[in-house]
Ligand binder design. Structure first.
Ligand SMILES: Cc1ncc(COP(=O)(O)O)c(C=O)c1O
Length: 438
């Protein structure tokens, strides 16, 4: 079992070092935490390596991950996929990027930080389950023809609800037009264990190991194809702490052999259980769209009520909206956990309940008045929804459903935006908008 970083940290701790360096606990004890954690919490010394320099135990551990994943390069991230997304955007030298309209706010902040301009890539609406569907490769092609200035395309797969896009087909289109494909795979770190070629063809992919693998909060991985380790390291430092957590990186190192040995069977068992649950309860299914096999998205009359019903039984879903409850299942869920979930769902009498077709559609695309950078970094104020007509959004307005921004930063809140917000029952009364120049 090869664990270059973990083993180096254990060796260093066992050598009884006199630690006249950071961290301040000196490897002795972090009050309230298990003994042993502090021992592994080291800093950059020759035996423990440096995340931002090559040729050490951290790079060895990263290269083991790259091999396991089938990538050319890999970087450990201690700032979540957010750090990886900012790094991917930094690495694309295109000023204008064709970008999935269903994007996490880290993509909007990345655009603002780096001064990039978006061309929005819409998604179709699936009225049966009431969620957005996969990106259509033909639409990527049409938009790249209209916008040849886009030398990068940035998409999310899977979505929060678990919908996968065909990354391989989209990458073929991108590469025909000389554009790099960047994928926010925050929710898909586990997919490679299930034999899905989920990220084949992508030039850069970021995955949140902490979301769907047995890894600590904030840990994530960035993979590159045809991109060097040095390039990843140099770009990521701009957004990263100069004191990355060694326990977090060591956990990633130790996770890999566990996944090599047990990951496939653990995630396959969970995928089978999810398939059974989908067939018993009103859910998003493979008939609607290609899905993450381990994500359970219930499609119900009142998502909040079902969420509360589960919480009353001490079962804690990932999220709920008016028509859905999203549950994240992973290889760490044991048979008894799945049985408990099944009992919890059964107590809510959802078996055999019919899904109600959504009356929504994707929101209209408002007019863009200023760049994401100007929208996020200019003076702003909060106005009542009723007074927001004609103002410019200074943050994204993205109620769930539809989970698509009704207005992105820099877009005008027009009548159609307000009508759509009323239709989805948007109930936050204060809207953050740009301050009007007097
Ligand atoms: C689709 C998507 N992308 C990116 C992120 C950011 O990930 P992280 O929390 O690991 O920074 C999230 C977080 O929820 C997300 O849902």
């Amino acid at each position: 079992m090869s664990t270059p970083l973990w083993s180096a940290l254990v060796r260093f701790a066992a050598s009884d070092p006199l630690r006249m360096a950071m961290p301040g606990h000196k490897g002795r004890e972090i009050p309230g935490f298990p003994r042993g954690l502090a021992e592994l919490d080291a800093t950059e010394h020759p035996p423990t390596g440096n995340l931002y320099e090559g040729g050490n135990v951290i790079e060895e551990a990263e290269l083991e991950w790259a091999k396991f994943w089938g990538a050319d390069s890999c970087l450990f991230l201690t700032g979540g996929s957010t750090q990886g997304i900012h790094t991917m955007l930094m690495l694309s030298d295109s000023e204008t990027i064709l970008v999935d309209r269903v994007s996490h706010r880290s993509i909007h902040t990345g655009f603002a930080l780096l001064g990039k301009e978006p061309v929005w890539l819409p998604r179709p609406w699936l009225s049966g389950p009431g969620v957005t569907g996969p990106i259509v490769p033909g639409q990527v092609e049409e938009l790249l023809q209209i916008h040849p200035e886009c030398k990068a395309v940035c998409i999310t797969s899977p979505t929060y609800y678990g919908v996968l896009s065909n990354v391989q087909a989209i990458s073929a289109v991108c590469h025909r037009y000389g554009a790099k494909l960047l994928v926010d795979g925050a929710h898909g770190a586990h997919l490679f264990l299930l034999g899905e070629n989920a990220y084949m063809g992508a030039d850069l992919v970021t995955v949140s190991t902490h979301k769907t693998l047995a890894a600590p909060g904030q840990s994530a991985l960035l993979f590159g194809q045809g991109i060097s380790m040095d390039a990843l390291r140099n770009a990521s430092q701009i957004f990263a702490t100069s004191s990355p957590s060694y326990p977090m990186m060591a956990a990633l190192d130790l996770l890999r052999p566990w996944l090599e040995q047990e990951g496939k069977s653990a995630y396959r068992r969970t995928a089978e259980a999810v398939q059974t649950l989908r067939s018993c309860y009103p859910s998003l299914t493979e008939q609607d769209a290609p899905l993450d096999p381990t994500r359970l998205t219930l499609c119900v009359k009142d998502g909040y009520q079902v969420e509360q019903g589960l919480q009353r039984q001490n079962i804690w879903p990932e999220m709920a909206d008016s028509g859905h409850v999203v549950l994240i299942l992973t290889g760490s869920d044991r048979a008894e956990d799945i049985a408990r979930l099944e009992e919890g769902l059964s107590a809510l009498h959802l078996q055999g309940e019919k899904r109600i077709a959504s009356s929504l559609s994707v929101p209209p695309m408002p007019c863009q008045r200023c760049t994401p950078r100007d929208a996020l970094f200019s003076p702003r104020e909060s106005v009542h929804l009723a007074d927001a007509l004609g103002r410019i959004a200074a943050q994204q307005l993205a109620p769930y459903p539809p989970g698509v921004p009704v207005a992105a930063p820099g877009e005008v809140i027009d009548e159609k935006v307000l009508a759509y917000l009323a239709q989805v029952g948007y109930n936050k009364s204060d809207i953050i908008v740009l301050k009007e120049r007097k």
